[in-house]
Design a protein around this ligand. Sequence first.
Ligand SMILES: [Zn+2]
Length: 77
Amino acid sequence: MNHPLNDKPYLSPPENKQTPLYKCDICDEEIFEGDNCYKIDDIVYCPECMGTHLQIIAETIDIEAFLADLENEEVGD
Ligand SMILES: [Zn+2]
């Protein structure tokens, strides 16, 4: 099947004159308008560092849940 709808390649030249809105406080990655960025307690995260941050939080929660589980077992004994 041949779809002659969009034969033209989408070529949008990158705008090099853009100035970054923010800079990731963790890895110094520049964050431009339209890019995803996250701000927690005045710390700016790029999506990549936000992912790492969330992972750390998730791991912390996991450890706390694990410790709580151990405590529960002790109490139940
Ligand atoms: Zn970053």
